[in-house]
Design a protein around this ligand. Structure first.
Ligand SMILES: *[C@@H]1O[C@H](CO)[C@@H](O)[C@H](O)[C@H]1NC(C)=O
Ligand SMILES: *[C@@H]1O[C@H](CO)[C@@H](O)[C@H](O)[C@H]1NC(C)=O
Ligand SMILES: *[C@@H]1O[C@H](CO)[C@@H](O)[C@H](O)[C@H]1NC(C)=O
Ligand SMILES: *[C@@H]1O[C@H](CO)[C@@H](O)[C@H](O)[C@H]1NC(C)=O
Ligand SMILES: *[C@@H]1O[C@H](CO)[C@@H](O)[C@H](O)[C@H]1NC(C)=O
Ligand SMILES: *[C@@H]1O[C@H](CO)[C@@H](O)[C@H](O)[C@H]1NC(C)=O
Ligand SMILES: *[C@@H]1O[C@H](CO)[C@@H](O)[C@H](O)[C@H]1NC(C)=O
Ligand SMILES: *[C@@H]1O[C@H](CO)[C@@H](O)[C@H](O)[C@H]1NC(C)=O
Length: 461
């Protein structure tokens, strides 16, 4: 960090401390608009076509290394800065007004979306699938005014019990480029529900998720959170700033899905929104994902953290690219984070790296019948067994694809991996249905395309 940057940050801190935080949680952005979003740089890097291996996983607190998404995790932050940050969020927490009785009620799904990268079309397919799965939960979708096409708005409204909210909050609009992740906690807070299931627009539920609200895991706490691949370094100043101890066993959080009881976690949720807009905090963590567990932990609010390790769904690129590829040409490309319910069953497919796969973009061959194998990006499930404490994963590039996979460092004792036909865990009828909805949305017509997956039985060798 250069001296200039340091001066700028110090000045910012002085400026920020001068503000009194408003009682209205949603107007905190008045004070915190000068974010420098370091994660954008990484997103851009990911688009470059070059191979790179990310740093090995580190366990907390022994290793210095962290996930590749935390470039600044070991930034040297002066003790005085940490203390000021802590003072700011504590002051914020004490300013949060009590949970508003009679304002929120019931259960529902909340999401946000835009046209970019087919985001809305993928959300549409995911919502259509939820209805097909007999999920009747009302859905509230948040979006910025100019980020959806008319036909997308029409299609969203055409799904029963889906409400679209265009965000008009001026302060959020003004700052959205700098803190683009605030939309998540903002939408959850704004939504009319007391019990919220948040789903990213690229997240697919493969079962009606409503039962989550009835599980003891939710009922005896205030939220259910899901794990990421990573562990945050013990040297990350975030621990000092949030005044919590780094625990060796804790995985980072993957916030593509969240279940939150707003009544019981009102302060923690408001704090999560605040953390997403604090200049010093957002430099140390990747996007919004960890702001939830950090907020909950720092004010000692209980949550249930899914214990089944995050698994990877994907396919074999060599097989997908050319028929007749031999087994030693196998290149597993993982593009979907496979998340499980509290009982260990696959529930969410967070398809965050599948955007660049041509069939997902709607680039389907005219003559689908003979190319059916190529339209199915989900063939292999790879995960760790539940018995080991750490995972090791890499990100690499293969042509235009960004892929993830696990490694065992050549030590099978250390990391027993399980590899399965994807359809042992997710019924093929669900993938077919999702792809049919997606392609219906992509071709911008109501013509329903019947997708039939014929390569269900992926063979290891
Ligand atoms: C990961 O760790 C292994 C074993 O400790 C080491 O050989 C390898 O070079 C490391 N990879 C990276 C990218 O740091
Ligand atoms: C949805 O409900 C209908 C009517 O009860 C039933 O026939 C159908 O099998 C259900 N669908 C799923 C995916 O469970
Ligand atoms: C819409 O919501 C109503 C009221 O909650 C419910 O009875 C109905 O089944 C829902 N419809 C769908 C298709 O989800
Ligand atoms: C809540 O219930 C779940 C499931 O029964 C259990 O695993 C968990 O330990 C419980 N948590 C608390 C705080 O009682
Ligand atoms: C956090 O909450 C738990 C359970 O409510 C309580 O036992 C514990 O003492 C609290 N810890 C702190 C540091 O307040
Ligand atoms: C399309 O696929 C069918 C087989 O399903 C084949 O008979 C036909 O020749 C193909 N057409 C083209 C243009 O490739
Ligand atoms: C990406 O890399 C592959 C293999 O190295 C190469 O064949 C391809 O031309 C590259 N694509 C672009 C767009 O640079
Ligand atoms: C493999 O991992 C186990 C468990 O961590 C360790 O005890 C063993 O030394 C490792 N073996 C090699 C060859 O690295």
């Amino acid at each position: 960090m250069t001296i200039t940057m340091y001066l700028v940050i110090t000045l910012l801190l002085i400026t920020i401390s001068a503000y009194l935080l408003s009682e209205d949680a949603l107007s905190i952005f008045d004070c915190c608009s000068k974010n420098t979003d370091t994660s954008d740089g990484l997103q851009n890097n990911l688009l470059y076509n070059k191979t790179f291996n990310i740093a090995n996983f580190s366990s907390c607190p022994d290793y210095a290394r962290n996930s590749p998404f935390n470039a600044l995790s070991e930034a040297h932050v002066k003790e005085a800065v940490s203390r000021k940050v802590q003072l700011r969020w504590k002051r914020f927490v004490s300013s949060v007004s009590p949970y508003p009785e009679n304002k929120f009620s019931g259960r529902g799904i909340v999401s946000s979306t835009s046209s970019g990268l087919n985001g809305c079309r993928r959300l549409l397919a995911s919502l259509q699938l939820l209805r097909w799965l007999n999920c009747t939960l009302p859905v509230e979708v948040y979006a910025y005014a100019n980020e959806l096409e008319m036909h997308e708005i029409r299609n969203l409204k055409a799904i029963q019990n889906v409400t679209l909210h265009i965000i008009k909050d001026k302060v959020i609009l003004k700052n959205r480029k700098k803190s683009r992740f605030v939309i998540k906690p903002f939408s959850i807070l704004q939504s009319s529900f007391e019990h919220v299931l948040w789903m990213d627009s690229d997240n697919i539920a493969v079962n009606n998720p409503e039962y989550l609200f009835d599980l003891p895991h939710y009922k005896n706490s205030t939220a259910i959170f899901w794990p990421d691949f990573w562990k945050t370094s013990g040297r990350n100043p975030i621990w000092r700033m949030m005044n919590i101890r780094c625990r060796e066993e804790d995985y980072e959080q993957e916030s593509g899905q969240l279940v939150i009881n707003k009544r019981l976690a009102w302060k923690a949720l408001n704090l999560a929104l605040y953390l997403n807009s604090d200049n010093d905090i957002i430099k140390l963590i990747h996007g919004d994902k960890d702001t939830f567990r950090l907020a909950w932990r720092s004010i000692n609010v209980s949550y249930f953290f899914i214990r089944t390790h995050l698994a990877i769904g994907g396919f074999d690129l060599a097989v997908a690219e050319k028929s007749g590829a031999t087994s030693n040409e196998r290149t597993f490309c993982g593009h979907t984070m496979v998340q499980h319910d509290p009982l260990g069953k696959v529930l969410f497919l967070h398809t965050n790296l599948v955007k660049q796969y041509p069939p997902i973009q709607g680039l389907i061959e005219k003559n689908q019948t003979i190319k059916q194998n190529k339209i199915n990006p989900w063939r292999v499930y790879i995960g760790y067994t539940n018995t080991i404490p750490n995972m090791d994963a890499v990100v690499f590039f293969y042509n235009l694809y960004v892929c993830t996979t696990f490694t065992n460092r050549g030590n099978s004792t250390w990391s027993p991996l399980v590899e399965q036909d994807f359809y042992n865990l997710v019924p093929v009828s669900i993938t077919e249905k999702y792809l049919s909805y997606l392609h219906g949305n992509l071709i911008k017509s109501n013509k329903f395309r019947k997708i039939r997956i014929i390569d269900r039985h992926w063979q290891k060798n």
